[in-house]
Design a protein around this ligand. Structure first.
Ligand SMILES: Cc1ncc(COP(=O)(O)OP(=O)(O)O)c(N)n1
Ligand SMILES: Cc1nc(C(=O)O)sc1CCOP(=O)(O)O
Length: 524
């Protein structure tokens, strides 16, 4: 029997059909839109009616050569000669079902935890439905949503097995790119498919909805599973690219949406102006969708986080992802409280960052490492092996990671660059890290706008060179700090800050090329 293509797995729900659309009409349109598997899910229907619907669905799916799976009911699956059955954790155990079903009959099982995935693997399930990724209106959930980052761990548990995996729960065309990026395991294990109910069934245009989901899935499947897609630039080429992006910021004047903390708001807005971008500091959830359209990048800085800021941050990142704008996360003081830790976890379960920047204490807390302690927002030490740490974190979070300190380490998960510019005064003023977040967001905005869109339809952004953008932003702030610190009118931290802002604005690309202290760590 042919292997199943799980790419776009439709799970039906007649209760969600829009007024005036019949079940079979909706199903046929979804099939025309490219659905690759169909599961009939009837929770409140008696046996006779379920059988009738299953027979009609089977005839239609046969016409489109799409396999049919029946939810929960082995008897109905057998009666209509379906390709398989989908079982829940409290349905019939797989080994018992296997004995009742003919050879080659497919058995899928829902899994909400890592243990359930391991048991599904031991029981030789054919596939797992990893559920639920996000909250959903379609069904009352009895388990906590897994979140995008939780999926990677579950997928890793399937490494080396034949068990296929689809994700389900809250998946829509607007969050599918994020799902595909964020769910890939550290071992590069990605999803085989996505199972969707409402985004197709509740649509007036199920064909268009299915086409949209399928094209995103296929594009992402090609682009998310590799760290090797980009050409490898030399150290000199990265610096050249960084200054091209610096020029780009000045000529394009990108709009940089910033949700930052109350301590640094003013200096962050000013440093954004100094690099040549325009800041917009806005936090209300109500305006996030509009701002994602209008602005060229987003900075989320959790410095003075409040419960009521979270809604804006969740919606802001989600809207920026949907609009393919870069998102920079500055997890300020994340290790200081359980509230901050849980909030950053929640943000990263909803949206994909393009860059994460932080000091050693912040990045250790974000990665769940106890190697580096922190005092409030400051680190009280460093990593034994910062190069490996930053590379691993970038691989795990699938984004650029910038670890700041005396030496700044920047990685895309493959290579690690060490940047050694900067005056010690930079570490003495408050908010220099936050200002760097603004600079990185500005440079990423320009890099995204400058990027060639060819073959980029599966990317969360237009595919800009965010490694070079981050390098450029760090060099701009640190080299400017060296000029500011030696000025005659600078006598301490009070006079250093305005001088720094002036020096950033005055810095020339050729000065960066001349003074940049950039090295590359050996490949692991
Ligand atoms: C592909 C897929 N994954 C998970 C589920 C959920 O199944 P289950 O846990 O049996 O819950 P109900 O569907 O019965 O509510 C699914 N149906 N399909
Ligand atoms: C059928 C189902 N099972 C889930 C689980 O968590 O087990 S979530 C779900 C429905 C998913 O619907 P939508 O795509 O509309 O969010």
């Amino acid at each position: 029997m042919d292997p199943i293509d799980f790419s776009l797995y439709l799970v039906t729900d007649r209760g969600l059909l829009p007024q005036g659309k019949s079940y079979l009409e909706s199903l046929e349109q979804a099939l025309l839109g490219g659905v690759t598997v169909v599961q009939i899910r009837e929770k409140k229907t008696d046996t006779a009616e379920f059988l009738e619907i299953a027979l009609q669905s089977k005839a239609l799916c046969d016409r489109y050569k799409v396999p049919l799976i029946i939810n929960d009911r082995i008897d109905i699956a057998l009666a209509v000669n379906a390709r398989g059955v989908h079982l829940g954790q409290s349905d019939m155990p797989i080994d018992v079902a296997r004995k009742l079903l003919p050879k080659g009959f497919l058995i899928g099982i829902s899994c909400n935890t890592l243990d359930e995935v391991r048991r599904a693997r031991e029981s030789q399930a054919d596939y797992v439905g990893l559920a639920s990724v996000w909250d959903t209106q379609t069904k009352k959930l009895t388990n906590v949503p897994i979140g995008v980052r939780g999926l990677g761990v579950m997928l890793e548990a399937l490494d080396g097995s034949e068990v296929r995996a689809v994700a389900i729960g809250g998946i829509k065309s607007t969050n599918l790119i994020r799902l595909m990026h964020g769910s890939v395991s550290a071992t590069n294990h990605g999803l085989d498919g996505v199972a969707v109910v409402s985004d197709i069934v509740a649509s007036h245009d199920p064909k268009g909805a299915a086409q949209m989901l399928k094209s995103i899935f296929i594009a992402c499947k090609k682009s998310t599973l590799s760290f090797d897609g980009e050409p490898r630039l030399s150290r000199e080429e990265i610096i050249d690219k960084a200054v091209t992006i610096m020029d780009g910021v000045r000529s394009l004047n990108p709009l940089v949406h910033q949700m930052t903390n109350v301590v640094v708001s003013n200096q962050s807005a000013n440093i954004t102006l100094a690099v040549g971008a325009s800041p917009i500091m806005a936090t209300a959830p109500e305006e996030m969708a509009d701002l994602a359209e209008l602005s060229d990048s987003l900075l989320v800085n959790i410095g003075t986080l409040r419960a009521d800021s979270m809604q804006g941050m969740l919606k802001g990142g989600y809207s920026a992802n949907a609009g393919r704008k870069p998102v920079v996360l500055d997890p300020v003081g994340v290790g200081a409280s359980e509230f901050r830790k849980a909030s950053v976890k929640e943000l990263l379960d909803i949206w994909q960052p393009t860059v994460i920047k932080g000091n050693a204490g912040e990045l250790a807390a974000l990665a769940g490492s106890i190697e580096v302690a922190a005092k409030g927002v400051d680190s009280t030490g460093g990593f034994k092996d910062p190069v490996s740490f930053v590379r691993q974190l970038a691989r795990k979070e699938r984004c650029i990671v910038a670890l700041t300190g005396e030496t700044d380490y920047i990685s895309d998960g493959k290579r690690v660059l060490l940047l050694k510019n900067g005056d010690p005064l930079l570490g003495k003023i408050t908010g220099s890290g936050c200002m760097l977040g603004s600079c990185i967001s500005s440079y990423c905005a320009a890099a995204n706008t400058l990027a060639n869109e060819d073959h980029r339809e599966g990317k969360l952004t237009r595919g800009g060179d965010f490694l070079s953008a981050t390098v450029g932003a760090v060099l701009t702030l640190t080299i400017a700090s060296e000029f500011a610190a030696t000025r005659e009118d600078v006598h301490g931290i009070g006079t250093f800050l305005p001088a720094l802002i002036d020096e950033v604005a005055a810095l020339q690309p050729e000065t960066i090329v001349r003074l940049a202290k950039v090295e590359e760590a050996a490949d692991s």
